[in-house]
Design a protein around this ligand. Sequence first.
Ligand SMILES: Nc1ncnc2c1ncn2[C@@H]1O[C@H](COP(=O)(O)OP(=O)(O)OP(=O)(O)O)[C@@H](O)[C@H]1O
Ligand SMILES: [Mg+2]
Length: 512
Amino acid sequence: MVDVDPDRAEQRAEQPLLRMRGIVKQFPGARALDGVDLEVRPGEVHCLLGQNGAGKSTLIKILAGAHQPTAGEVLLDEEPVTISDPVAALKLGIATIYQELDVVDGLTVAENIYLGHELATGGVTRRSDAARNTRQILDRLGHKEISPHREVGSMPAAGKQIVSLARALSRDARVVIMDEPSAVLDSEEVGNLHRIVRELTADGVAVVYISHRLEEIRQLGDRITVLKDGRTVATGLPVADTPTRELIKLMTGRTVEYAFPERSGVPEAAAPVLEVEGLGLGDVFQDISLTVRAGEIVGLAGLVGSGRSEILETIYGARRSTSGSVRVGGKRVRSGVDGAVAAGIGLAPEERKSQGLLLDEPVYRNITLSTFARMARGGLLDERAERAAAREQVEALDLRPASVDRDARTLSGGNQQKALLARWLVHGCRVLLLDEPTRGVDVGARSEIYGLIRRLADNGTAVLVVSSEIPEVLGMADRVLVISDGRAVHEGPAEEIDEHAVLDLVMEGSVA
Ligand SMILES: Nc1ncnc2c1ncn2[C@@H]1O[C@H](COP(=O)(O)OP(=O)(O)OP(=O)(O)O)[C@@H](O)[C@H]1O
Ligand SMILES: [Mg+2]
């Protein structure tokens, strides 16, 4: 364990606000935490780093009262506390934004923010107070356009994340815990989030921040604790004095080249596989035309809310287009998801929990779902073959733990994402639509995913990918389409455009 002299690390040698000592968490069949120490000071951004499955979410769920530790203690102002449930955590001044969005779809924004709070239940006046407070918090977050009365179920993932953030801010917490809050946000939103974090810490609030984006940690963090396999491997590292390469080494135990696989160069003559012409969806997006050839990766860049995910969902038939057509291999695709699947189109959606995974089924079932359902119609379900096919992907993607029999629910967030991706790798589609394929995936595994997607393309799959991280779109794709306000404002080779140019295009487009 690397321990840093606190005097050297920080000039303000303050008493810690929060301390965790020797935390152990044993799940049936898995020891998620095996002696974790953490010490958080008032007014600091304390970053929690570690690979997928290292134990970050489990640790913060203990602080949030969602899990009870098997051993170890939590101290607040150096006094031991018991956090028996989430309400107790809030009473102690600990507010949490979970990695998996935990807002209630059927309720409004204000109802979600004041859920379980007396303002929400105390009659008409109190409810109007709740709506007014919600308005103020949303304004502070830079979201004047979100109405407190809007039903949360109709909002995209980024909007739900903002509601979750607003809820944490409504509690006047002393400690705010954020588990990968930036994973669903675009760069402008991330800027807003960082501003809020700075405001909180200026008021003396401690922020515990989990992210797989190391650049972000560099911009925002004061000190870092690194977890590996449920143990603290370094704690209290000052961000300013710790090079990124050292952080990666602490997390993974090795040096990782964070690079994109080489482009293979799609021949001009390669056959078009996916042809989208004049596609529109009401006022969400209009007149989208694009072609993806065999072996090609095309990226859609744009801000959250620009219509990128909706374009993928419409091509997949999950939304009914209001104009235009989709062809695969020259043949018009029948409408609806069945038509798209029959034509060989696969979609790995952005929200893995609500849209993709069967949480109470084993990993192998989740991976082989679409492929083996199709085969089973013609014969018996061959569980051995299913497991074997799944195991191959689990190894290729370094899914942890490397077991295909666990329920998907027990996987860490990043590993769930890998399982969902593996499904389409097994399935072998002609056209693969990927929405945020590396969301929540750690640095080590990201390169593996980039490599796999490139290999799929090399084997002839046409890939259309959406990512909020512009460098990722530019690094992965052969060609990019920049979307702004539901329209394509640029199309060209990914190598010929840089991040700034994309941002300029996106901003211009949204003003026009
Ligand atoms: N309910 C559970 N039952 C069994 N094992 C679990 C359960 N919840 C988590 N685990 C296991 O505990 C370990 C730590 O998981 P955790 O979700 O804390 O990881 P993480 O660091 O947050 O990863 P990620 O970056 O992917 O979100 C993993 O091996 C996971 O499979
Ligand atoms: Mg997690």
